[in-house]
Design a protein around this ligand. Structure first.
Ligand SMILES: NC(=O)c1ccc[n+]([C@@H]2O[C@H](COP(=O)([O-])OP(=O)(O)OC[C@H]3O[C@@H](n4cnc5c(N)ncnc54)[C@H](O)[C@@H]3O)[C@@H](O)[C@H]2O)c1
Ligand SMILES: O=C(O)C(=O)C[C@]1(C(=O)O)C=C[C@@H](O)C=C1
Length: 378
């Protein structure tokens, strides 16, 4: 596995065809249109296709011929369909667009390459033009309405070329990812599936398991929900149809990891059943510090080393223009924001803007914002 740095934007040339215009397909279309690449969109759902066109992710595929192109002119096809139909859609794209590189972006990779390899053994399928890829960027929402052109900025994008993928096809796939601002990694399909089982699929399962505990709880208890619960359950809102396919296609690596989680849960249950037993407190401390050690290993933005940021909270009146005003003032103060979260206290006309900055800039920002009349909580 290896990682590649960024190059200047806008090197990909069209026409590009995107098959599947949901969250990911429409986000890729928006990102490419932002770089003036010619993009054509197709989706079996007329509504998803029309919405993607309306938000500016590209033109309907029917416009390809109207613009004087035949199928042979298409340079790149991005397959952004659900995982279970991806191999079939890739196969048909390789046939329909004889000169195009075809990439897919499905969340699991080994099964798709295996299905295509099997088809190629029976037919004249040209897998030198196919590269499996996976942008490690998404949202808990689906469909083109949730699409964002900047979704991929500074996020990992994995290339998983099969043995037949030509160097030119791999270069096109890499250029797509880099043009959309991603950091490119190269993994084998099997390495990829094992890695995402831990860093993507386990978090989804844990979040869903946790949130499912909330189904029966009374509203009285739920009214105490704070950020701990929100932070750990955001992705429990993800699309079940997509995740049934992802988990089903990566069952082997998941089962191995879940056995380890089960062992840890058993250990915790045993400890809590007798919290006064000798060594019990030490066990709990060890569990927490093992979590600390794992969390500290998660890389920060831009694929760099893990880094901790300092947070501050600014209270803003809940009226239009306040957040824009705050951000303008932070720009004037000259501090770079690393992250931002918004929250509202129920029943109060006040919003809370949580800002994260480099620790070395924290105190100066608190002081400057306070001087300018903002209410800052640290
Ligand atoms: N959601 C994420 O966070 C995320 C992140 C990275 C990769 N992915 C992968 O991207 C792909 C798309 O996911 P999404 O989140 O955009 O889902 P989505 O449900 O938002 O969009 C999927 C789209 O594919 C269309 N579609 C269905 N059958 C099709 C077919 N045969 N041909 C072409 N299009 C078809 C659907 O109508 C829909 O518009 C999936 O393979 C998923 O694994 C998702
Ligand atoms: O941020 C989110 O909503 C995601 O969960 C995105 C996420 C992930 O990072 O695990 C989920 C699945 C995809 O295959 C890729 C990205």
């Amino acid at each position: 596995m290896s990682a590649f740095g960024m190059h200047g934007p806008g090197q990909l040339t069209g026409p590009v065809v995107i098959l599947g215009t949901g969250l990911l397909g429409a986000s890729i279309g928006l990102g490419l249109r932002g770089r003036d690449v010619e993009v054509y969109l197709s989706d079996p759902s007329p509504t998803n296709q029309a919405v993607a066109v309306d938000i500016g992710a590209g033109l309907p595929l029917s416009a390809l011929a109207e613009r004087g192109h035949d199928d042979g002119a298409v340079r790149l096809v991005v397959v952004a369909s659900p995982p279970d139909v991806t191999a079939v859609v890739v196969e048909s794209a390789l046939t329909t667009y004889p000169n195009a590189v075809v990439v897919d972006i499905a969340s699991v990779k080994a099964g798709i390459l295996a299905a295509l390899t099997e088809s190629a053994a029976r037919s004249a399928l040209d897998l030198s033009r196919y590269v499996g890829t996976h942008p490690m960027a998404g949202r808990e929402k689906s469909g083109p309405v949730a699409a964002r052109g900047e979704l991929f900025t500074s996020m990992p994008w994995v290339l998983c070329p099969g043995p037949e993928a030509s160097p030119a096809a791999q270069e096109t796939a890499r250029t797509l990812a880099l043009d959309l601002g991603a950091i490119v990694y190269e993994f084998t399909p099997v390495e990829h599936d094992e890695a995402v089982a831990l860093v993507s699929h386990l978090p989804q399962v844990m979040s869903s398991l946790l949130a499912s505990r909330l189904q029966e709880v009374g509203e009285h208890s739920l009214s105490l929900a704070g950020n701990g619960l929100r932070d750990t359950t955001r992705i429990a809102a993800s699309d079940p149809k997509l995740w049934v396919q992802i988990l089903g296609a990566n069952a082997g690596p998941m089962v191995e990891i879940l056995h380890g989680v089960r062992d840890d849960l058993n250990r915790l249950i045993n400890t809590l059943e007798d919290p006064e037993a000798p060594g019990a407190r030490l066990d709990l401390a060890q569990l927490m510090s093992e979590g600390n050690a794992g969390q500290a290993r998660i890389p920060g933005k831009h694929g760099g080393q893990a880094r901790s940021y300092a947070w501050l909270t600014v209270l803003v009146d809940d009226r239009p223009g306040q957040i824009a005003h705050l951000l303008t003032e932070i720009g004037e103060i000259g501090v770079n924001l690393e992250d931002m979260r918004l929250d509202h206290s129920s029943g109060q006309n006040v919003g809370m803007v949580e800002l994260s900055v480099l620790p070395s800039r924290h105190d100066a920002l608190v002081e400057e914002l306070s001087k300018r009349g903002w209410k800052v909580l640290q």
